[in-house]
Design a protein around this ligand. Structure first.
Ligand code: DHE
Length: 545
């Protein structure tokens, strides 16, 4: 064999070897995706959007829930996936089948659907947004002063989740002043800085603006700039840099991943900012960084905008939209919900899958701290109070374990406890969603709304601020459903709790005296369908929690 042949063999080897190396080890062959009839696709897409996308992401890359891409789901097989869907998981996935929310056939459909490639929903640009924009009552046709004698600053906007409505309830008389048709399953409502307007955002991305001065408060404008959304807020700065009272609103979308700045009086979309970028840690491009919580600073014309998948916190200066300035802070993945400390200098947000809380100093515009909290912290907007030993503190319940973590929030006067766990309060179990207090209250209220045990879901617990070592008082709020979310009235002496029943069953709102813990009222009107979040005008304007 001549030298020529040797060279030819060597060349062949050099050419083939890398290809062989790339192939090894051979990936196990995946089973094909199970059958899915064309007629089943639309309902699978709708169920996925309603029940699954929030945690697993539209592109199924995972966030609060794990990724559900076909390489993984096909290996798990239909019966195993179906069992997860029916029974839930210890990690916090709801038991959709056992709760009766999905039928056996629907659970089977979803188990098959998630083994197929995720469909990518369409983008939404300014032209499409404008098509959905509707000013029902133009600003010059609106009242110049309240047309009723009610104390509108003590109104509550209550999400009637499965009715696609928000109820406006008079906090003094507990009367339902109106139920307003909104987007589907409104996630949150936020007040304009004057308090006159209430802005709501539907899970379907429809924003609705309600004028509380109208004889019968009703919607005056709406727009749908996203197909999936969770957050909305307003401009709350009035000072040397201008008066932005009721001037702007901002919406954070889950899909398309973007932020929309709108005119505060009409909801006309003004600017769209994509949230797509690199992740803060590995600097990899993420195609679906969803916009989670948004809060408005009282000290600067600025919004704090939390981008879930990239782990970045954006401080967006809204004073000059043409020359938009933004500070981008590297935080932690996956950012979710959060709120201010009592001074409103610090914003604290849960990076729930990292079991951490991220603290931003908005005065300095930088990261203040990141600390471990517990398994899946879920503060809502959190709760601020003065601890007799540790000074100003904030607390968060957890989805993954039955405790409230209490941590210091005052680095100036209580440095030793700032951004450190100072107490752990034992609750009845995991699935804690919300916590609330009020500066005038002696108590801290917590729920267990997502606990797997129906007996625990219905209970709330109250801890005494002055005596945190004492066991809390816990009780069942109602037989009709889960006890979820708290809101104080304007005076800070009553606490409202939603009882979230089934869509076609009974729900109610129960109101307690915060001092005596005695029931004051039960709003069990048939119009109260699946109530969840409640937002008192005065407390929402001033971020009191
Ligand atoms: Fe929420 C707040 C996202 C499930 C009721 N929820 C928030 C915020 C986000 C969020 C990003 C913060 C908004 C802000 O402050 O700007 N929520 C999500 C999800 O992605 C998740 C896990 C799954 C989903 O598909 O939506 C989810 N949330 C729920 C529920 O199941 C609840 C109980 C009922 C519902 O509407 O589906 C629910 N979320 C709420 C409420 C708030 C909230 C009531 C506001 C609390 C507050 O006091 O500010």
């Amino acid at each position: 064999m001549a030298r020529k042949t040797m060279l030819a063999l060597l060349a062949l080897l050099l050419w083939v070897a890398p290809a062989l190396a790339q192939q090894a080890p051979a990936a196990p062959e995946l089973p094909p995706a199970p059958p899915l009839a064309a007629s089943e696709l639309e309902s699978a897409k709708r169920i996925y959007f309603d029940r699954c996308a929030g945690c697993h992401g539209v592109l199924r890359k995972g966030a609060t829930g794990p990724q559900l891409l076909p390489a993984k789901t096909r290996a798990l097989t239909t019966p195993v996936l179906k069992a997860f869907i029916v029974n839930g998981t210890g990690g916090g996935m709801p038991d959709w089948g056992r709760q009766g929310i999905l039928t056996d056939a629907e659970s089977d459909l979803m188990a098959r659907y998630i083994q197929h490639d995720p469909p990518v929903p369409p983008e939404l640009g300014m032209a499409e947004m404008k098509k959905s924009w509707n000013v029902i009552v133009p600003p010059d046709k609106r009242p110049t002063k309240p047309e009723h004698n009610r104390d509108w600053k003590n109104f509550f906007a209550v999400t009637l989740r499965d009715a696609g409505q928000v109820a406006i309830i008079d906090g003094d008389t507990k009367e339902i002043v109106n139920t307003v048709k909104t987007g589907f399953a409104v996630h949150i409502s936020r007040s304009s800085f004057s308090g006159r307007y209430m802005y709501t955002i539907g899970r379907d991305g429809r924003a609705t603006m309600i004028d509380l001065w109208m004889k019968i408060p009703d919607k005056v404008a709406e727009v749908k700039p996203c197909s999936d959304a969770r957050s909305i807020d307003t401009s709350k700065y009035k000072g040397k840099l201008g008066d932005f009272t009721d001037k702007l609103a901002v919406i954070g979308c889950y899909w398309p991943p973007q932020i929309i700045v709108l005119d505060g009086a009409t909801l006309e979309p003004k600017t769209v900012i994509s949230s797509r970028s690199m992740t803060y840690d590995t600097m990899e491009y993420h195609p679906e960084p969803r916009v989670a919580s948004i809060v408005a600073s009282h000290f600067k014309p600025e919004w704090v905008i939390n981008i879930k998948e990239t782990g970045l916190i954006w401080l967006v200066d809204y004073s000059d939209l043409k020359n938009l300035k933004m500070t981008q802070i590297q935080g932690e993945k996956f950012l979710h919900d959060g709120g201010w400390d009592s001074t409103k200098r610090y914003f604290m947000v849960a990076a729930n899958m990292a079991n951490k809380v991220v603290v931003i100093d908005v005065e300095k515009g930088k990261l203040e701290a990141i600390f471990e909290s517990g398994i899946k912290p879920h503060p809502g907007r959190g709760a601020n109070w003065i601890d007799p030993k540790f000074g100003p503190v904030n607390g968060t319940p957890h989805l993954g374990e039955g405790k409230v973590t209490v941590y210091g929030t005052d680095p100036a006067k209580h440095k030793e406890s700032a951004w450190k766990k100072v107490r752990e309060l034992k609750t009845l179990g995991g699935g804690g969603l919300f916590i609330k207090t009020h500066p005038k209250s002696k108590n801290v209220w917590v729920d267990h709304a997502l606990n797997g045990d129906p007996a625990i879901q219905k209970q709330v617990c109250v801890f005494e601020k002055a005596n945190m070592d004492k066991d809390p008082k816990c009780w069942k709020v109602s037989d009709k459903g889960r006890a979820v979310h708290f809101e104080f009235n304007k005076a800070g002496d009553e606490v409202w709790i939603s009882v979230w029943g089934k869509k076609d069953g009974k729900s109610e709102i129960v109101v307690y005296n915060d001092k005596t813990l005695q029931e004051v009222a039960r709003i069990d009107d048939p119009r109260i369908i699946t109530p969840t979040g409640k937002f008192n005008v005065y407390n929402t304007v001033h971020d009191i929690y």
